[in-house]
Write a protein that binds this ligand. Structure first.
Ligand SMILES: NC(=O)c1ccc[n+]([C@@H]2O[C@H](COP(=O)([O-])OP(=O)(O)OC[C@H]3O[C@@H](n4cnc5c(N)ncnc54)[C@H](O)[C@@H]3O)[C@@H](O)[C@H]2O)c1
Length: 300
C-alpha cells in the first residue's frame, strides 16, 4: 500500500501504546481510523482526541472488540464497513504480556489467555479481514504485530508470550505466500517499548483467573531504556508504503536476531550432514509446486 490518504484502517488494541501511535501516524496521513479495543470507553476517548489533533486530516471512530471473541470480530468488521463503506487496512495489534513467571510455574489458564489474545485473536481477526478484503477486491494491507521476540532473543520468564509471537511469525510468513496479489502483509517486530503492556494482567478475564496484580516496571538506574512509543507508528506506516515485510522500528533487535541466526548457522556448520546433496531435499521446491498448482486451479 503506497498511499494511505482517504483510506480506512482498523486497528485492534488501539486505545493505548503501539496501536494508538499507529492510529496517530495514520490520521496524519489522511487515513480514517477505527480505534478498536476491548475497552470501548478508552477507545472512544482516544478516537475523540485523534479527531481533534491539529494535524489530523481524517476522521476517527471507536468500535469495541474483544479479539478473543469471533462474534465481536465479525461485528467490528460489519460496523467498520457499514460506517465507511470500505476498509483498506488492518493493524492486527491487540496483545497482552501475560506476566513474568518461570515456565514450569506458568499456570495453564494464564498460558491459554495469552494464546487466546496474542495468537487466536490475531489469527481470527486476520482471517476475517482477509476474507472481506478478498471480496472487496481492492488493494488492502494487513500488518500483524509480532515482536523482537519472534525473531531473536526470547523475553525472560515469558515462555508463553514468546511462543505466541513465534506463532504469529510462523503463520504470517505463510500467508505472505498465500494471499492474493492485491492483499499485502507485513510483520511488525517492535523492541522493548514504553507502553501499558506490563499492566495487561489487569485485563485478564474471570475465565482465566481474573485480574492479576500490576507489575512495577519502573526502570532502575543502569537499566536499558525502553524505546518511546512515538518511534513506532510513523516508521511502520513508512515501511508499509515502501513494501517492507519485516518492520523493525528498533535497531537493538537486530543484535538479538543476529545472535540467534549465528548460533543456528554455527550448529549447521558444526554438524555438516548432507552438504553436497541438500538441494534435492529443499522442501521449497515441493511447496512451490503445490502453491503453483493451487493457484492455477483457482484461476481456471
Ligand atoms: N511494548 C512492547 O515492548 C512490545 C514489544 C513487542 C511487541 N509488542 C506488541 O505490541 C502490541 C501492542 O502492545 P502495547 O505494548 O502497545 O501494549 P498496551 O497494553 O499499551 O496496548 C495494548 C492494547 O490492547 C488492548 N487489548 C488487550 N486485550 C485485548 C483484547 N482481548 N481485545 C482487544 N484489545 C485488547 C488493551 O486494552 C490495550 O489498549 C501487542 O501485540 C504486543 O505484544 C509490544
Amino acid at each position: 500500500m503506497q498511499d494511505f490518504k482517504d483510506k480506512v484502517a482498523v486497528i485492534t488494541g488501539a486505545a493505548n501504546g503501539i496501536g494508538l501511535d499507529i492510529a496517530k501516524a495514520l490520521i496524519r496521513q489522511g487515513c480514517h481510523v477505527v480505534v478498536s479495543d476491548i475497552h470501548l470507553q478508552d477507545a472512544q476517548a482516544r478516537a475523540d482526541q485523534l479527531g481533534a489533533m491539529p494535524d489530523a486530516t481524517a476522521s476517527a471512530i471507536a468500535i469495541a472488540c474483544d479479539v478473543t471473541d469471533v462474534a465481536q470480530i465479525n461485528a467490528l468488521a460489519d460496523k467498520a464497513w457499514a460506517h465507511f463503506g470500505h476498509v483498506d487496512a488492518l493493524f492486527n495489534n491487540a496483545g497482552v504480556g501475560g506476566g513474568m513467571t518461570p515456565a514450569v510455574k506458568t499456570k495453564e489458564a494464564d498460558l491459554r489467555w495469552v494464546f487466546e489474545v496474542n495468537f487466536f485473536g490475531n489469527w481470527n481477526t486476520c482471517m476475517e479481514f482477509t476474507r472481506r478484503f478478498s471480496e472487496q477486491g481492492t488493494p488492502a494491507h494487513i500488518c500483524n504485530t509480532a515482536s523482537e521476540n519472534s525473531i531473536g532473543w526470547p523475553a525472560p520468564y515469558m515462555a508463553g508470550y514468546n511462543a505466541t509471537k513465534a506463532a504469529v511469525l510462523g503463520y504470517t510468513g505463510m500467508l505472505r505466500m498465500e494471499l492474493p496479489e492485491a492483499i499485502s502483509i507485513s510483520l511488525l517486530c517492535p523492541g522493548w517499548t514504553q507502553t501499558e503492556i506490563a499492566n495487561s494482567g489487569a485485563l485478564r478475564p474471570e475465565t482465566y483467573g481474573g485480574p492479576k496484580p500490576v507489575r512495577d516496571t519502573t526502570p532502575i538506574e543502569g537499566d536499558v531504556t525502553p524505546y518511546a512509543v512515538e518511534t513506532v507508528g510513523a516508521h511502520t506506516i513508512e515501511q508499509i508504503k515502501q513494501g517492507a515485510f519485516y518492520i523493525f522500528p528498533h535497531y537493538a533487535a537486530r543484535h538479538l536476531a543476529e545472535e540467534r541466526n549465528d548460533e543456528i548457522s554455527a550448529a549447521f556448520d558444526a554438524q555438516q550432514t548432507d552438504v553436497d546433496d541438500w538441494q534435492s531435499h529443499d522442501t521449497r521446491t515441493y511447496f512451490n509446486r503445490m502453491i503453483a498448482a493451487a493457484q492455477a486451479k483457482k484461476g481456471s
